[in-house]
Unconditional design. Sequence first.
Length: 305
Amino acid sequence: MTSREIAFFTCCLVIMGAGWGATQPMTKLAVSTGYGPFGLLFWQTAIGAALMWMVCAVRRRPLPLNGPALRLYVILALIGALLPNAISYRAAVHLPAGIMSLLLSVVPMFAFVIALALGSERFRWRRLIGLCFGLLGVLIIVAPAVEIGQAVPTGWALIYLLTALFYAFEGNFIAKWGTMGLDAFQVMLGASLMGLIMVTPVMLFTGQMIWPQLPLPLPQLALVGSCVIHAFVYTAYVWLAGRAGAVFTVQVSYLVTGFGLIWAWLMLGEAYAATIWLALGAMFVGMYLVQPRPKLAEPSAIGES
């Protein structure tokens, strides 16, 4: 790449990180009035499906509906959207948004452990040390004896880590078994539609339907904004990975974590003690040492459907 291309792609990376980092405070706002997780999941999958349908329509890429493709959509809808996001919406009621951004940075560390179990990666001491640094960052956050300036319920923090675990499973699933030749937009459309089919009856049965109000109140605006931002930033991620390379693009993880803390401060007024920077530093060291190789850093491995 030329110096001009590097500068341009770096600006794109910063914009992507700022966008993705804003989705955690927006999630916090979305759950602030007691909306149930299934109602939020319904609109998340519906908005995501609508946006991805428009992208696929413009690109004239039809959605395959054969048996293997449908199985792929079901698996990715469950491990990449419904299960992690249901946990995320429930945990967001109890956890500060900045803490959620920090905890999500363990995705590549979980992905390394899963890859070892699947035989996709060979053991490397460098990455094991990175895993230890990541766990140190988690311990700083969840340890009751450590003061970080915000109340962090240990139980909910540990439950929220399941979100990162599901995203790590999704990335490894795609890295090992692929997407049957489908591009990221087709996969997202299929997974969003399948997720919509699965969550709708649960939402209706539990009475968690969220009826839009005009003008949209702040929690509904936050939900719509989060879904739209994710869809367009994910599109940018796919585009950038194809031009600047997967290893360069995956560095957005650092920016998502950092911007998540900044947006939590600006949007929600969350403030943290100096101890939080120890946790952030440990997380960053862990992410650097457990940096995924190109095959684990493909666009679909980012895991936030």
